[in-house]
Design a protein around this ligand. Structure first.
Ligand code: ATP
Ligand code: MG
Length: 569
């Protein structure tokens, strides 16, 4: 994985981890804040429901007070007159005041009169009996010694809940002595619950507690318990005491989780905002990092690879100018230093090549001396013959002159190659068509009839070269190809413009080059030919490199060889 991909991956992994942590922490903090708010609100709403219930109780208390502190009642408790009952404790008053029971107790604790209406799950008769078990003689309901004493609250009678109020029976002007107690009870019915719900706009449920359901720890009393039913409903529960201070019922208030939903909405929006800002931040950071650093490192690496691939001593690392690049930053300095290093390498290589060449020339002097001896001997013999023999033998005389000509040409080639290799190639480039150069090279060569030449080279686009020098290159390459096909074959010459270079290939179907010879091809004096000097390919390489080009070779033994030249336009 390259640096660019690694950085992108690392950045996203780090950003993802940071994002997960931030989202998790913020969700916990924000949501727990909203949950606390919901808890506090639930407690408040249960309080409101409680207040509404208390209002019902005090309404009943007011009714009891109005009836208990009344001269007529004061008289009735003492003389038990029927007219009072007919006028004031009849069915209509019960229905109008929504009463379930009404009890008159005298100051001796004896029941003077009672009236009960059936309630939910309990008949009037049963209710009457239960009231007497619930209200024993010493009940605090009628130990009302003081004129301003009173009792109000809830009572659980055989599983049915009632609100109740008791007041001492007094005269019209609230004066004693207390002659008895008036108790009124109202069933905590569905009707009353509906009224409570209408007042509070809450969903309220009040259920009677069995003795075994009563919370064991009295500390739990009056505490509001908040329980989450599901994602949309939360319940606040409070245990309610009866008139004796014992737990008798549970009030449940069901609330929509609006606060929690609001919290969730806020958390989701917040999370989305964090994700979007993180992504844009990561994206922007990567973009800037890529432009200012990564892509430049990538381009420098690519350019260095290109230079290595080209195998051309004159190539340099080039990276396009970018507005993100500063001339003084490390990458720009690195680029300069690489090119500086390549300059040095080129300089040293040239020096080495020069000394290599001089040493080759030294070896060559020995070879040239040896190689020149043969043609010179030939010339000597021919000259001897011409000076001594009968000049009338014209045919022999012509043969001798041809021999002299051939040997002189051979000597000339040896000397030219030596000169070409020993001096620096000075090029004089002009825009020229490559096909014309190849045709000129072919015209200087004698192609045997059993070799088919397929010249597919084209003149356009023209290249900027020293045509005579490039012609020498092709002459040598084509001559080598011809030499490699002693029993005939095919020679294909093609050109193809690719990017900024003209690619020229010369492919033969000859004997091919063995692997161990491939290394030595471009070194001077390597030859497998009797009359070869081994200077052809080294000279070709020097000429091509002088044009800032590249020469390469591929060969399959027994099948053929392909030389490729790349020359810049
Ligand atoms: N197309 C080819 N097919 C097979 N072998 C080749 C080919 N081209 C070159 N060679 C091998 O490379 C050697 C070196 O070639 P190079 O042109 O440098 O020298 P040469 O042809 O032997 O002598 P000269 O100095 O006359 O050119 C050749 O002797 C030959 O063995
Ligand atoms: Mg050659």
């Amino acid at each position: 994985m390259n640096v660019r991909k690694k950085t992108v991956l690392l950045t996203f992994v780090l950003f993802a981890i940071a994002l997960i942590i931030i989202v998790a922490v913020s969700q916990t903090i924000i949501l727990s804040g909203f949950e606390n708010l919901e808890k506090a609100d639930t407690v408040t709403q249960v309080g409101r429901a409680n207040d509404a219930l208390n209002r019902e109780v005090s309404g009943l208390d007011t009714l009891v007070l109005n009836n208990a502190a009344w001269d007529d009642t004061y008289k009735f408790i003492q003389n038990n007159n029927t007219a009072y009952i007919i006028d004031n404790v009849n069915d209509q008053t019960f229905i109008a005041a929504n009463l379930t029971f009404e009890v008159f107790i005298n100051s001796l604790g004896q029941m003077v009169f009672e009236k009960t209406f059936p309630a939910h799950n309990i008949s009037a008769n049963m209710l009457y009996n239960e009231i007497w078990t619930q209200f024993p003689t010493d009940s605090n309901l009628w130990n009302l010694q003081n004129t301003d004493n009173f009792t109000t609250g809830i009572i659980n009678i055989n599983g049915s809940l009632f609100i109740l109020a008791s007041r001492p029976i007094l005269t019209n002007n609230y004066a004693g002595p207390v002659k008895g107690v008036l108790i009124m009870g109202r069933e905590l019915s569905t009707y009353m619950l509906t009224s409570l719900e209408e007042q509070t706009h809450l969903q309220i449920q009040i259920t009677a507690l069995n003795q075994k359901d009563a919370p064991p720890n009295s500390n739990q009393l009056n505490l509001v318990k908040v329980k989450v039913e599901n994602n949309s409903v939360v319940v606040g529960s409070q245990v309610l005491d009866d008139i004796n201070g014992n737990p008798c019922s549970v009030m449940n208030v069901y609330l929509q989780r609006n606060i929690y939903q609001q919290g969730m909405g806020t958390v989701n929006t917040f999370t989305l905002m964090i994700i979007v800002s993180f992504l844009s931040f990561a994206g922007t950071s990567l973009f800037v990092l890529d432009k200012a650093l990564l892509s430049r490192i990538f381009n420098v690496t690519k350019s260095v690879q290109e230079v290595t691939r080209k195998d051309n001593i004159g190539s340099r690392v080039t990276v396009k100018n970018s507005k993100w690049a500063s001339k003084n930053d490390e990458i720009s300095v690195l680029l300069l230093n690489i090119n500086h290093m390549l300059d040095k390498i080129e300089e040293i290589t040239c020096r080495l090549n020069k000394s290599e060449r001089f040493s080759a020339i030294g070896q060559l002097a020995v070879m040239v001396a040896h190689d020149l001896r043969n043609p010179l001997q030939g010339i000597n013999i021919a000259a001897d013959f011409l000076s001594r023999e009968d000049q009338s033998n014209l045919e022999k005389k012509k043969r001798m002159l041809d021999l002299i000509k051939l040997d002189v040409r051979y000597c000339d080639k040896i000397i030219n190659d030596l000169l070409d290799y020993s001096r620096e190639p000075k090029i004089n480039p002009k825009k020229t068509g490559i096909r014309s150069i190849i045709e000129a090279a072919l015209s200087h060569l004698k192609v045997p009839e059993n070799i088919h030449v397929n010249n597919l080279a084209i003149d356009d686009p023209k290249i900027n070269v020293d045509s005579l020098m490039i012609q020498r290159v092709f002459e040598n390459l084509i001559k080598n190809a011809i030499d490699a096909m002693p029993s005939g074959g095919a020679l294909a010459i093609k050109t193809e413009p690719i990017k900024n270079n003209m690619h020229i290939s010369i492919e033969d179907t000859g004997v091919g080059i063995p692997d161990d010879a491939m290394q030595k091809l471009f070194t001077p004096l390597y030859t497998t030919k009797a009359k070869g000097m081994g200077f052809g390919l080294p000279i070709c390489k020097r000429i091509i490199e002088a044009h800032k080009g590249i020469i390469n070779v591929k060969s399959v033994l027994g099948k053929g060889t392909k030389f490729t030249i790349e020359l810049p336009f």
